[in-house]
Design a protein around this ligand. Structure first.
Ligand code: ADP
Ligand code: ASP
Ligand code: MG
Length: 409
């Protein structure tokens, strides 16, 4: 007898009917002879509605109170799914994050899990129960409720699977697996049968919302076999694992994208030795995440610096730069909003030079101007105008022959 952790996302538990259907998927797994821990998200768009509700009360709500509010979404689902299982004759018990022993660091809105005390969950499993755990939430060592960041229920599931040494973790969602790109935007996207942890981590970090990046990080660190599959269709999903054989010698395995990117340029920084460290230390202390960074030295020994941030961080970034202008010593700051980042990912790039060049050529043929670039061993990212984002994804998806992959069902 094995142990399986199943996770069901918001759409999959979006109505009473769907919760009853999820109960059937849990029972199927039990009938295969496995113990089951189920992790669920809030129903449908509940979390978004709660965020809107808070903004109607207070335009800048405290992060602690936001966590108390947002964690209620998942609490609704755990009770309803347990009731659904009980109605179908299966013994089940619901646990909030803190009841399930999920301890996090003391950070609101984006906490990391530091420890999971599994005793209670294990006791209930031993009594033959299905344990239904609220995703996305935990508790600090001083007893405050925290949340793990949007999409964080995936991370709860993988972390519990790792702590319980489960045989696998199945992420049930509204698509049939991990695709070469978001199938909602690109019709020729193809489901991959397998993808490596490293590639999936890049895709998730670069905007492929199908998995929370920390869930992939956890799965890799603890070597948890992870499967993404549909909660509706009985279709084989995508396995995410350490080593993956190259499907048809693919150099690129996926295209990821995200919008709401802003680039900021600081002109004429006077101190080449310290400007960079001072700027980025200051921004980090305000929790502003900087992504791509480009620096160039001008003829008169001044430094120009461009970097990309999320649109939502622009106001604070400009304020921070202005407040520290004297210390930083620069001429002026400009910014450009309405940008997007489009990235290609694949471990085949390591042994294939010229992939970045091919990407730039494809974009230039479509007259898409590249504003920023960043690369790693297995990815190339470009920042372009937001209006061109979907077009860029489509042409790159075709150019790297992902549209020609067989359709797996
Ligand atoms: P859940 O509520 O189940 O967690 P999410 O909305 O978080 O579901 O994630 C599933 C969505 O991820 C899909 O509906 C799809 O639009 C999006 N997505 C983005 N990139 C990909 C990709 N490469 N493969 C599959 N889905 C993707
Ligand atoms: N309910 C949370 C969200 O919408 C967490 C999750 O769904 O994973 O972000
Ligand atoms: Mg999700």
């Amino acid at each position: 007898m094995g142990l399986v952790v199943q996770k069901f996302g918001g759409t999959s538990v979006g109505s009473a009917e769907r919760i009853l259907h999820v109960a059937e998927r849990v029972i199927e797994e039990r009938n295969r002879g496995n113990d089951v821990v189920v992790v669920v998200s809030a129903m449908g768009k509940t979390t978004d509605s709660l965020v809107t509700l808070a903004s109607e009360i207070n335009p800048k709500p405290s992060k602690r109170e936001m966590d108390v509010l947002l964690s209620t979404g998942e609490q609704i689902t755990i009770s309803l799914l347990s009731m659904a299982l009980q109605a179908k004759g299966v013994d089940a018990i619901s646990y909030t994050g803190w009841q399930a022993g999920i301890e996090t660091e003391d950070v609101h809105g984006n906490a990391r899990i530091v420890k999971i005390q599994t005793e209670k969950v294990q006791e209930q499993l031993q009594q033959g129960k299905v344990v239904v755990v609220a995703g996305f939430q935990g508790v600090t060592d001083t007893g405050d409720i925290t949340t793990l960041g949007r999409g964080g229920s995936d991370t709860t599931a993988v972390a519990i699977a790792a702590a319980l040494k489960a045989d696998k973790c199945d992420i049930y969602t509204d698509v049939t697996g991990v695709f070469t790109t978001d199938p909602r935007f690109v019709k020729s996207a193809r489901k991959l049968l397998a993808i490596s942890y490293d590639e999936m981590l890049e895709l998730a970090n670069l905007g492929a919302g199908v998995l929370h990046p920390r869930a992939v990080e956890y799965a890799k660190n603890y070597q948890v076999p992870l499967v993404v599959r549909s909660s509706m269709e009985q279709e084989e999903g995508t396995i995410i694992e350490e080593e993956v054989s190259m499907e048809q010698n693919l150099v690129v395995r996926g295209v990821a994208f995200e919008d709401n990117i802003t680039s900021v340029t600081v002109f004429g920084l006077r101190n080449p030795l310290t400007s960079l460290s001072t700027i980025f230390t200051t921004l980090a202390s305000h929790h502003i995440n900087v992504d791509i960074i480009i620096q160039s030295l001008t003829n008169d020994q001044l430094t120009n610096l461009s970097f990309s941030i999320k649109d939502s961080d622009l106001e604070e970034t400009l304020n921070v730069l202005e407040e520290n202008k004297a210390e930083l010593g620069y001429d002026k700051v400009t910014s450009e909003q309405g940008l997007a980042k489009v990235s290609i990912v694949g471990s085949g790039m390591i042994s294939n030079p010229g992939v970045a060049a091919d990407m730039f050529k494809v974009l230039s043929q479509e007259k898409i101007i590249i504003k920023m670039v960043s690369t790693s061993e297995i990815k190339v990212s470009t920042v372009i105008e937001k209006e061109k984002m979907v077009k860029a994804v489509e042409i790159l998806h075709d150019a790297f022959e992902l549209s020609k992959l067989p359709v797996h069902v």
